[in-house]
Design a binder for this molecule. Structure first.
Ligand SMILES: [Fe+2]
Length: 227
């Protein structure tokens, strides 16, 4: 199952009210911040959201990564991808025809505004789409915080051999595997340094698997051992 309903539940009325009063934002609105790295840093709720309904949700979720409101305008869609970090979802404003697509099972799932936090396994190829006419869809989307880099690590830089859609392809070939290896604790530290560079604590075996997968996707990887 790509999406699992957790037991964490919130009264949606005040949350919807807050989101409606936030004013216009484009595709995403950041709710928390870190002084550390983007995927593995410790996050604190932005001042303006502390002691608000959204701030309370983040507090209840505990030790989390980046938290954003993600908006899908009518006819908006994400391309198919996997992510290194699983996500929590809370459906806040939706349309009858907004879906998260599981592209492994080839199924669509509509997340109702039911007050429940849903946990999403993003190692599975996925997308999201709003097919509702005229209305936007807004979800709270929260990253699971990645384990921090410790001690000596590998720096991997991916070279794309001039692939046109390299970023997309990187997320299709590598990130799902990294996600699974983090959950299996075979990767014990992970950080994205740039679109092309990651830092990673793992065994030489896992490193080789990443390199092989990258190669299958058309990427050369330059690996450095760092202390
Ligand atoms: Fe995703």
């Amino acid at each position: 199952m790509m999406l699992i309903k957790t037991s964490l539940h919130f009264d949606m009325e005040p949350i919807i009210e807050q989101v409606k009063n936030l004013g216009h934002f484009k595709r995403s609105l950041l709710l928390n911040e870190t002084e550390g790295n983007i995927l593995s840093g410790y996050y604190t709720t932005k001042k303006e959201y502390v002691n608000t309904p959204l701030g309370e949700v983040l507090k209840q979720l505990g030790d989390i990564g980046e938290a954003r409101l993600l908006k899908l305008d009518p006819e908006d869609v994400y391309t198919a991808h996997t992510d290194p970090d699983d996500r929590y979802h809370l459906s806040i404003i939706t349309t009858d025809y907004s879906y998260i697509a599981d592209l492994q099972a080839n199924t669509l799932q509509h997340l109702p505004v039911d007050g429940y936090i849903w946990y999403m396994d993003t190692s599975i190829m996925h997308s999201a789409v709003n097919l509702g006419g005229g209305m936007e869809r807004i979800h709270l989307n929260v990253r699971v915080r990645m384990p921090q880099i410790k001690g000596s690590y590998y720096s991997i830089t991916f070279d794309d051999n001039n692939l046109v859609d390299w970023k997309q392809l990187l997320y299709n070939t590598i990130m799902g595997y990294i996600n699974l290896m983090i959950k299996e604790k075979q990767i014990t530290g992970f950080e994205r340094i740039s679109d092309r560079e990651i830092h990673i604590n793992c065994s030489p075996n896992v490193l080789q698997c990443i390199r092989d997968r990258a190669l299958q996707g058309g990427f050369e990887s330059v690996i450095k051992e760092c202390n």
